[in-house]
Design a protein around this ligand. Structure first.
Ligand SMILES: [Zn+2]
Length: 421
């Protein structure tokens, strides 16, 4: 595999002191858990994730922030504002997938920290106290879950759920917590804080290429899509591939193929932000010379608005039923998972547009198809998200890259947003 990261970082053009600081901080975090492909390996609750948190805590303390940890290992650094009754919060995560990149998550933590650093240098006090959050195990690589720290912070994780957790080496939840210096009781008590969050902001790399195609450094996230999973099982009849004539066959895979190949139009018929994917199918009995008797597949369908998401779920079901109409194949459709989308309030989007304009950027809106910590926080608090241009849209890969100059645009816009909120 080509090694990109270090050469690209060396070639970065840095405009000012803030750019130099961010560059140095990205390099420092990148060294923790760097893989032989110059990718990143900092699994949730590993010693590498903790080392990255400790480094960020050190930077927080250097500018006088007060740091607290909760039972889920989340880190909160507080920069005092004019009013302490509420907080502005910004952050993301420092864990990565097993051979991931150096910007997913880290970009959100370091932009949030850079805003506090610039305020500290200028002696500026924001309207409300400002907290920089580092949430644990966002990627969920440790337990095959996701948003572990932010969901614990929102009180969304139960005893029953963590009991099911096992890491790739077979360790259960308690063993992983123990090794990380944490424990179940405090983890399940991590819900907080007991003062209101006025706004949670997260800057994240786009992990797609829309901004690059539009030649823009930064975009406003218009909503976070909620994933739904629909199980679709086509029932036909298995038979000999040689001796069964074509007329009268009950080939479940032929019907499943029709369903899959026309699914894109179904999603496009709902909205511009709807997406639907079949990523896995199972064919039974699965012999080269056997007519497929049963095909089961799962449709992953997402949209950013609750009503559009409902319409999408119905459309997937109708599409499956229509596909088998008039044939001798039958279908069972079952919605197995539905995660509600997280909307972003129109007035928050409007305020963000004003910040873009003040900073000389044209505001463009993008839906977030992937989940982020903001998704957990957004279940109860107002949120906003910014996407920063990803080179070639690559993410969860050592070749993931985002220019420091683009990340600095995120710092400027978000700083302006908080200062004028
Ligand atoms: Zn992320």
């Amino acid at each position: 595999m080509t090694r990109y990261f270090l050469d690209r970082m060396k070639a970065e053009q840095l405009e000012d002191a803030s750019g130099h600081r961010l560059h140095e901080q990205f390099m420092t975090i990148a060294e923790i858990g760097m893989t032989k492909n110059q990718g990143s390996r900092r699994m949730g609750y590993s010693k590498e994730e903790e080392a990255a948190k400790q480094q960020v805590i050190k930077w927080m303390e250097e500018i006088g922030m007060t740091v607290r940890r909760d039972g889920a290992g989340n880190v909160f650094g507080r920069y005092p504002g004019q009013n302490d009754s509420k907080v502005f919060m910004a952050g993301s995560h420092l864990d990565t997938v097993p051979d991931g990149g150096h910007f997913d998550g880290v970009a959100g933590v370091l932009t949030a920290l850079e805003i506090a650093t610039l305020w500290h240098e200028a002696g500026y006090k924001p309207k409300y106290s400002y907290e920089v959050a580092v949430f644990s195990d966002e990627e969920g690589s440790r337990f095959n879950s996701g948003l572990t720290g932010s969901r614990a912070f929102m009180g969304m994780l139960t005893e029953g759920e963590v009991d099911k957790y096992k890491d790739p080496s077979g360790q259960d939840f308690d063993a992983v917590m123990d090794a990380a210096g944490l424990d179940r009781t405090h983890f399940l008590d991590a819900e907080g804080p007991d003062y209101p969050i006025e706004m949670y902001a997260e800057v994240h790399i786009e992990q797609a290429r829309q901004l690059e195609e539009k030649n823009l450094p930064l975009g406003i996230v218009s909503g976070i899509a909620g994933a739904t999973r629909t199980s679709v099982v086509f029932h036909g009849e298995a038979g000999h591939a040689g001796s069964t004539p074509m007329p009268g066959r009950q080939d479940a895979l032929v019907k499943a193929s029709e369903f899959i190949s026309t699914l894109p139009q179904v999603a496009q018929g709902i909205s511009e932000t709807a997406v639907a994917t079949v990523g896995k199918i199972n064919v039974e009995p699965g012999g080269v010379n056997v007519i497929p008797g049963e095909v089961s597949l799962v449709v992953d369908a997402r949209d950013i608005d609750v009503e559009l998401q409902s319409a999408l779920i119905d459309a997937v079901r109708n599409h499956a039923e229509r596909t088998v109409e008039g044939s001798n194949v039958t279908v069972d459709v079952d919605l197995t998972t539905r995660i509600m989308p997280i909307p972003i309030q129109p007035e928050v989007i409007e305020k963000m547009e004003q910040s873009f304009e003040r900073k000389g950027l044209s505001p463009v809106h993008l839906p977030s198809g992937a989940g982020h910590d903001a998704m957990a926080i957004g279940t109860r608090h107002p949120i906003t998200m910014l996407f920063v241009r990803s080179i070639a849209g690559i993410s969860h890969n050592p070749a993931e890259f985002t220019h420091i100059a683009d990340i600095q645009q995120g710092v400027r816009v978000l700083q302006d947003f908080f200062e004028n909120y």
